[in-house]
Design a protein. Structure first.
Length: 323
């Protein structure tokens, strides 16, 4: 079959690739009849997704017809017409069971880290969670980019019995995007957040300036992923000797607790919402952050025993707070 394949930053090609096959009992194979281009595709094009491998087939948000299903797939049958959303989730991991489908930890088969220093980096990060240095503040920092202010059209569907279903139609108007910078304080679970138009190094360091100002004269240990703007900030770190950066292993940003909070934000506050302006979206997020901080509790960090060599250093998050 023909498919778009990724070969590096800015290099997308249309190539012939092997036809898909059922690999898991719950799999389904879809014959695509229509598809769309999503803003998140730009992350792939710009090379900011570290788990991408050369030759990976790209594309999502499609419509099509089911042509084959695995033996364990009881919800679909051949001939069904389906819509495939952006979020693909397993339905069985911790995040899916708690309704945070965008945080599914199994949906990316390339996400196993090949970082040669995985164990040391993971131990460094987890060590900060379970035994933080005395009198120090541990923070998890990252960005949620391009949150869209979508004004969704209202509509209704008239049924044969004369009744009508009301709700939101698929039509919407865009009012711009915001990038949310967030820092989660591990000891309390509270969030420091701010909005920005972009996510360059200058915006990241501006946010870090505000974070350090919130904890004057305190030693800060900041956990980050491997985004290029998070690295090579030696001059800023020299000017802030009380701050130390710690990086998750490559393709293991799931170790960063703020990623869990982003999933909570999406599931509890953003999914299905409608906004008439970018300002309204930002105010909505700010109000959620304030309400969340009023009831925030730290996440409980646990480690699961596994016979798999790769996953021996893996950990999972859970929370006693009910989020």
């Amino acid at each position: 079959m023909k498919a778009l394949t990724w070969h590096g930053k800015g290099d997308i090609r249309c190539e012939t690739v092997p036809d898909p096959k059922i690999e898991h009992r719950r799999d389904a194979i879809i014959k695509v009849t229509a598809c769309a281009i999503c803003g998140s595709d730009l992350h792939l094009l710009d090379g900011v997704m570290p788990s991408m491998e050369e030759g990976d087939v790209v594309g999502h948000e499609t419509m099509g017809e089911v042509v084959d299903v695995g033996k364990g797939n009881t919800k679909l049958k051949v001939g069904d017409r389906v819509v495939v959303p952006f979020t693909i989730s397993c339905g069985e991991c911790f995040f899916c069971k708690n309704g945070f489908y965008s945080g599914c930890e199994r949906s990316n088969p390339n996400a196993k880290s090949n970082d040669p220093n995985f164990t040391a980096k993971a131990a460094d990060v987890v060590g900060l969670y379970v035994a933080p240095p005395a009198k120090a503040i541990v923070l998890c920092v990252d960005e949620k980019p391009s949150i869209q202010a979508l004004e969704r059209a209202q509509g209704y569907l008239k049924l044969p019995n004369g009744r009508a279903l009301t709700g939101q139609s698929h039509d919407y108007k865009r009012h711009g995007t915001t990038t949310l910078f967030a820092a989660l304080e591990v000891a309390t679970g509270k969030i420091i957040a701010t909005h920005s138009k972009r996510r360059r190094r200058v915006e990241f360091l501006d946010f870090m300036n505000s974070v350090t100002a919130a904890f004057p004269n305190r030693k800060l240990h900041v956990i980050l992923d491997n985004l290029n703007t998070h690295k090579k900030n030696e001059d800023w770190l020299k000017a802030h000797p009380n701050v130390q950066f710690h990086f998750t292993p490559t393709s293991a940003s799931w170790l960063n607790q703020v990623e869990v909070w982003f999933s909570i934000l999406q599931g509890q506050s953003l999914s299905g919402t409608s906004f008439t302006s970018l300002k309204q979206l930002q105010e909505h997020i700010d109000a959620y952050v304030n309400a969340y901080n009023d009831r925030a509790e730290p996440f409980v960090w646990t480690k699961k025993r596994s016979v798999n060599a790769v996953s021996k250093a893996a950990v999972s998050l859970s929370s006693d707070s009910g989020y």
